[in-house]
Design a protein around this ligand. Structure first.
Ligand code: KG4
Ligand code: ZN
Length: 405
């Protein structure tokens, strides 16, 4: 079996993997590496958006066991898997590492200990193969992924909803964003994960291996949202910010009350668990839809998007949720916007989106670093220019839109 040195030790190639020369690919090639949270991902993508090789190690199962992400555990798992994941992606691509054009890695935002693993490993590869480095903003990568398959032109409106983020922005170009609003407290994926944990869904046979968001979506299909009453978060704030922690507190109170009524202990499953899941999912969807609707009205008023054919892009792990997609479809259809998503597999964290963001930056000639000594990871990093004060000032009222899902 052929071997190829990658990182600090020689590793074997995947049997049958074929090395192609760069000339055969007729394009620039980027290796992308993602370790910002709990997924170790790597991929080689070419300039046309073709995924030549990819690999992903998810820590989801382990964090489900421990009841949430423990940063030191996440770091240890990244350290254990990064070499194998990168090697697999490169092997599957058939591209010898010396023929890569550049290496792109998430350096912000995210968990410090997780970001550190990806950056340190990438810097070693860069040194070894003498390649340029492309630092990546994780949220920018989520925002641009869709363009790999469906070339949505700039500028477009983007809603990013994940376990760590909730934001609305205008993507004006590569690394050029106007931030219209973001979460004031926690992200929707985080809320769904915490509610799922409080409902002990890892003990529910229908969804024990799923992430919190997936589990809520799965059970919501069997529930009636009208059986549980929840109020909309920050409905009086006429802006595009989000808030989910109050909703989580409301749900916790309801769960405590129902547990008392049913005489069950924490850890057991409530009989009305599907109704609670349906109500939470609907409230999250309605909140996202309302803020997105306001962002659309703001963009129209300020002439910030092309007319005709304005577009909304939605991405991040929570964007895989079908119910939320339908709510956003109602909003976009009512406003003449087209709606675009990456496929669910590319909505959650992966190395492909990082490699693609690297390609976008290469093409635009942005952030291609030849001397990466000064590069640091940044756990907190805003996306673009903050425009939320202007959105607040406009104080736009959103007309009622029936979410018949
Ligand atoms: O983008 P992502 O993989 O990681 C972050 O950057 O956070 O998103 C993970 C989040 C988790 O909170 C998970 O519960 C949520 O996405 N999620 C979903 C669904 N699938 C994953 N939320 C709602 N519905 C889903 N189907
Ligand atoms: Zn993410």
């Amino acid at each position: 079996m052929a071997t190829h040195r990658l990182g600090s030790r020689a590793l074997s190639r995947v049997p049958g993997a074929r090395f192609l020369s760069q000339a055969q690919c007729k394009a620039r090639l980027v290796l992308g590496i993602e370790t910002s949270c709990d997924d170790t991902g790597a991929a080689v993508v070419d300039e046309t958006g073709k995924i030549l090789g990819e690999a992903l190690h998810s820590q989801k199962g382990i964090h489900l066991e421990t009841g949430g992400i423990i940063p030191t555990v996440a770091q240890r798992l990244h350290k254990e898997h990064i070499e194998k994941v990168v090697q697999e992606a490169v092997d599957n691509s058939g591209i010898p590492p010396c023929e890569l054009t550049a290496i792109a890695t998430t350096i912000k935002p995210g968990l410090a200990l997780s970001l550190q693993v990806g950056l340190e490993y990438s810097l070693k590869l860069i040194e070894q193969y003498k390649k340029p480095f492309i630092p990546i903003h994780h949220m920018e990568a989520h925002a641009l992924t869709v363009r790999m398959l469906d070339m949505v032109e700039f500028p477009f409106l983007v809603l990013l909803i994940s376990g760590g983020h909730s934001l609305l922005a205008i993507a004006r170009g590569v690394s050029d964003f106007l931030l219209l609003g973001q979460t004031l407290d926690e992200a929707p994926g985080d809320t769904l994960d915490k509610v799922a944990r409080r409902l002990s869904l890892k003990n529910h046979p229908a969804c024990c291996t799923m992430s919190g968001g997936e589990a809520i979506e799965c059970l919501a299909k069997m529930g009636n949202r009208l059986h549980v009453s929840l109020t909309q978060p920050i409905s009086r704030h006429l802006d595009c910010d989000f808030s989910f922690s109050g909703l989580r507190n409301q749900v916790n109170q309801i769960i405590i009350k129902k547990e008392r009524e049913e005489g069950i202990q924490e850890g057991q499953i409530l009989s009305c668990v599907c109704d609670i899941a349906a109500a939470v999912q609907h409230t999250v969807a309605a909140h996202l839809a309302k803020r997105t609707h306001r962002a659309i009205l703001f963009c129209k008023k300020e002439g910030l998007l092309p007319h005709p054919n304005p577009a909304l892009v939605v991405s991040g792990g929570v964007a895989s949720n079908e119910y939320i997609r339908k709510a956003l479809q109602i909003v976009t259809e009512a406003n003449g916007f087209s709606l675009h998503y990456p496929p669910p597999k590319l909505c959650t964290d992966n190395g492909i989106m990082i490699a693609w963001n690297g390609i976008e930056k290469l093409r635009a000639g942005i952030d291609v670093v030849h001397k990466p000594e000064g590069i640091r990871y940044e756990p907190k990093a805003p996306l673009g220019i903050n425009f939320s004060e202007q959105v607040k000032k406009a104080a736009l009222k959103v007309p009622y839109l029936k979410l018949n899902i």
